[in-house]
Design a protein around this ligand. Structure first.
Ligand SMILES: [Zn+2]
Length: 245
């Protein structure tokens, strides 16, 4: 089963950003718990950095997610410093598929956030510890600024709800909801999406007619597996027939 790690920022002695009556550690915990519920309902296994007001070091957050063998790490924060808008971060040096994941998350979250008037500050990269020390794809979301007019948006239940839904819909898009799939032609199998795109390190073929499940879709590639929910091999989408064409 696909495992998602939700990292509610700060906690305990570390309140995070504060302003206009908003306290980051409390806001992100409420949102993280809602995301946890929604993802579980959607059939994902969910690990949590914290489910109460406890402080964890940044390295422990990454280590716990690594030990859990999460497929995706999502860190939830809000901002301070007087700016306006939503932004998300991945590590400064990441494989192409992490950039694809950021695109999918950014697209889904901003689609929801913009309805509330939250600005889009764009997709960014940073050398944050939780992004650097996690071994799976990792992203950090900044939901808005508590010390600007964003605060009024952050305070509404409907923004929190939509922010959660944006995350959940992105996760569903990343890990795919399609069931069976038959290869149209012989398809080259690769260990990574990047390998499939570049044609490097071919490790064998899926013969035409093989029935498989879609584990993930990224860029021009698709991860096919014979055991649902367990990663398989990456192939080019042009070499398979999803049954919808
Ligand atoms: Zn924060």
């Amino acid at each position: 089963m696909t495992k998602i790690w939700i990292d509610a920022g700060h906690g305990g002695k570390d309140s995070g950003a504060t302003g206009n009556g908003l306290v980051e550690k409390n806001w992100v915990l409420a949102v993280a718990k809602q995301v946890q519920r929604e993802l579980k309902n959607a059939g994902f296994e969910v690990g949590m950095t914290r489910t109460n007001d406890t402080f964890y070091e940044l390295s422990d957050r990454a280590t716990n997610a690594n030990n859990y063998k999460a497929d995706l790490f999502i860190s939830i924060h809000f901002n301070a410093g007087g700016g306006m808008g939503y932004e998300d971060y991945i590590f400064t040096s990441t494989p192409a598929k992490t950039i694809e994941i950021q695109k999918i998350i950014h697209k889904n979250v901003t689609a929801k956030a913009s309805k509330h008037g939250m600005r889009d500050r764009g997709m960014k990269k940073a050398n944050f510890a939780v992004l650097r020390e996690t071994v799976m794809d990792a992203i950090l979301l900044e939901a808005g600024f508590c010390d600007s007019s964003d605060a009024a948006i952050l305070k509404t239940q409907s923004y929190q709800q939509d922010f959660c839904l944006g995350i959940v819909e992105a996760v569903k898009e990343i890990f795919g909801a399609k069931d069976a799939l038959v290869t149209k032609y012989q398809a080259g199998k690769y260990s990574t999406s990047d390998d499939a795109i570049s044609g490097k390190n071919l490790k064998g073929y899926l013969p035409a007619g093989t029935k498989v499940f879609v584990y993930k879709e990224l860029a021009q590639t698709i991860n096919l597996t014979t055991t649902k929910g367990v990663p398989g091999s990456w192939v080019l989408k042009t070499e398979v027939n999803t049954g919808k064409r």
